[in-house]
Design a protein. Structure first.
Length: 115
């Protein structure tokens, strides 16, 4: 099982970014996927979850209304579109899958929101 995030970077407050997570090593279309983030000195927290078909999503309060999770099962990729970014959104963003009781994590992608 491998998850590889990309798309992070430096963005100004109010800006947007789209993160991607490419998955391999498991039947991607059978599993829900999640995005988490971890800011310096803080615990990792859930940002969004999308079901296996991409038909249902859930968003955690910190970014609700400013993020949209989507997926392309043909490409085994999940996305996180983020907008109206704030400095407090600065964190390493991770994608996650629970595959047959195994918690798979990517290496993370850094998002820095600063002017």
């Amino acid at each position: 099982v491998q998850l590889v995030e990309s798309g992070g970077g430096l963005v100004q407050p109010g800006g947007s970014l789209r993160l991607s997570c490419a998955a391999s090593g498991f039947t991607f279309s059978s599993y829900a996927m999640s995005w988490y983030r971890q800011a310096p000195g803080k615990e990792r927290e859930l940002v969004a979850t999308i079901d296996s078909a991409g038909s249902s999503t859930n968003y955690a309060d910190p970014m609700k209304g400013r993020v949209t999770a989507t997926r392309d099962n043909a490409k085994s990729t999940v996305y996180l579109q983020m907008s109206s970014l704030k400095p407090e959104d600065t964190a390493v963003y991770y994608c996650h899958a629970l595959v047959r009781y195994y918690h798979a994590w990517g290496q993370g992608t850094q998002v820095t929101v600063s002017s």
